[in-house]
Design a protein around this ligand. Structure first.
Ligand code: SF4
Length: 383
């Protein structure tokens, strides 16, 4: 079997070229053809020696992921469903904005963390993606979009590892993928424009800060351990104080950065003013130790199996105003692409659950979470 060259960062490609008896610098030329020019046919790589092109044809290939579907939202958001074999499909979403183009990339077929409000988590887990499968999402999207939008310059300015999967549970594959994104001979994205989003895999956050300290987003979703244990099961292993202490350490390696805390707003579950005040107390304690952060409040996108509802807009605003009054930069995420189910937490793909996660979540759903319909209706004012 020949090697898929999308599986390599530049260093990996240099080692591959050496294995073919070529000089390392050939890898730089090849890497630019692949990632900057979007080429997959070695015969088109005109500045490579014919002898090298022949070796590459014998030992390598550049394979995109088969596309199962492409949906374009009325707001310009594009969602692709890619086939990754054995009945598994993953999703990738492009979100255009005035000043940026963001690609939301998947790292696993399914996810084993099983967050209660996430439709990927409800499907269970099949397997980790390879570096080639992660980079193929960016490679395809960037070069498709240049043609589709009739642009010669780069279209994707930001990558967020927020699609299907917990990227830090696929660490060894994640790192070369990130390095290819950052490489000036690859996509040339700055460290602050590539974001890894984690539900809080503390030991891997520590390694990421050393190996490739890109921007970090942490799925927080609750101001105390009792509630977070239920919403993000990984909290039972890495509780809040440990997680927040690691966030502070992460920033020591990236002194001008901040952590983005994602907080999915669930009606009556985690969206009350008492939760906002508790969150302020929690974060202030860690801010005194050096934690710098922003909050991103995410309107929940309901799906049937979750049994959860979206917070009312005025509740979200009230929650945001408490955080802002406490001095924290806080934004409310605009919902994008919800007519094609491409909004945050809606990525479901199609996953053959091999770990029983989906069954575990179904059992977990039977456990009631803090649910106060009377509070929810009274705090929402008009509802
Ligand atoms: S929110 Fe992220 S970590 Fe949690 S289940 Fe969904 S994909 Fe996995």
């Amino acid at each position: 079997m020949t090697a898929n060259l999308l599986d390599f960062d530049l260093e990996g490609l240099a080692v591959f070229c050496e294995g073919l008896g070529e000089k390392r610098f050939r890898a730089t030329q090849l890497f630019r053809w692949i990632h900057q020019r979007g080429m997959s046919n070695f015969d088109d790589m005109s500045d490579l020696a014919k002898s090298l092109r022949e070796k590459l044809k014998a030992h390598a290939h550049i394979a995109p992921l088969p596309i199962l579907s492409q949906q374009i939202s009325k707001d310009g958001t594009i969602k692709w469903l890619f086939d990754v074999g054995a009945g598994n499909a993953i999703e990738t979403v492009f979100i255009p904005e005035d000043d940026r183009g963001t690609l939301c990339v998947s790292s696993q077929a399914g996810c084993a963390v099983g967050c209660r409000f996430c439709s990927t988590g409800h499907q269970g887990f099949s397997r980790n993606l390879s570096t080639a499968e992660i980079l193929a999402q960016l490679w395809f999207a960037e070069h498709f979009l240049r043609q589709y939008l009739n642009q010669t310059e780069r279209v994707i300015s930001n990558v967020v590892m927020m699609g299907m999967g917990e990227p830090l549970q696929n660490y060894s594959v994640l790192i070369p993928s990130l390095k290819a994104m950052l490489d000036d001979h690859g996509y040339g994205l700055s460290r602050r424009r590539v974001t890894v989003s984690t539900s809080g895999v503390v030991p891997m956050m520590s390694r990421l800060s050393i190996d490739c300290p890109v921007a970090l987003a942490v799925s927080l979703h609750a101001p105390n351990n009792a509630l977070r244990d239920n919403l993000v099961p990984l909290n039972r292993k890495y509780p809040l104080d440990e997680l927040l202490a690691e966030c502070t350490l992460y920033l020591a390696k990236a002194p001008r950065d901040f952590i983005t805390f994602e907080y999915c707003m669930l009606q009556g579950v985690n969206d009350q003013t008492s939760h906002a005040h508790e969150l302020v107390q929690l974060i202030r304690k860690h801010a005194a130790l050096g934690l710098r952060c922003k909050f991103n409040l995410i309107p929940f996108n309901p799906f049937k199996e979750s049994g959860l509802l979206r917070s009312h807009d005025d509740v979200v605003q009230q929650f945001a105003s408490i955080l802002i009054a406490a001095g924290f930069v806080t934004t409310v995420r605009k919902t994008r692409g919800d007519d094609i189910d491409a909004a945050c937490g809606q990525l479901a793909g199609d996953v053959q659950d091999r770990t029983g996660v989906a069954d575990r979540i179904a059992l977990q759903r039977a456990v009631p979470i803090q649910w106060h319909p009377s509070q929810a209706s009274s705090s929402s004012g008009s509802h």
